[in-house]
Design a protein around this ligand. Sequence first.
Ligand code: PLP
Length: 223
Amino acid sequence: MSVTAPSPSGLSFVEGEIVRACRDARRERSSVTLVAVSKTFDAPAIAPVIAAGQRVFGENRVQEAKAKWPDLMVAHPGLKLHLIGPLQSNKAKEAVALFDAIHSVDRPSICEALAKEIVKQDRRPELFVQINTGEEPQKAGIAPSDTDDFIARCRETYGLTISGLMCIPPLDDAPAPHFALTAKIAKRNGLTQLSMGMSADFATAIEFGATHVRVGSAIFGKR
Ligand SMILES: *Cc1c(COP(=O)(O)O)cnc(C)c1O
């Protein structure tokens, strides 16, 4: 883990860019949630960002989040934690217990495990289905052409409430068409939430309707 404490200047830069992107898109600032991605950064590095007012954080590994967030959450009531990375069925119990949102729902076995834990723990994290908009073989997510069926299955077979869609555009592509496709699939499935946009492209994502931007390095510095 990195031990360099960032100054909160990254956060204020990102906040300013979000405000500007919202103004350009004629959207309310409150329609976009900034998820500050703190993966690989330790608690002393995260503390200044909490002190600067940030309340929603993202982690991509259940084990890493479990190691650092419970203490921070006790010290700072009201923090929200989002899982943005891949989830394995055998971690569903811990994920439902710890996270307020899960952005990486992408296969029936995960749906089944989440449905069971949601009932058992009576906790309802907000759920996003991850789409592999670039159809990259190495990347997680549902293929765009399978997404309608998968969402229906989440709802009908597993009784899950799906809030929205998440995508990670291919590194070498212009992100805009991927954001547009994600927004289109969400709309035809009656989903209002869009988790898209990272440090390099969150302003573009806001233009295309992102409700959650997942920003790491622009806030915390290089990993
Ligand atoms: C790491 C990560 C981010 C943040 O990436 P940055 O480029 O550092 O902003 C966003 N989403 C996911 C799924 C990630 O794993």
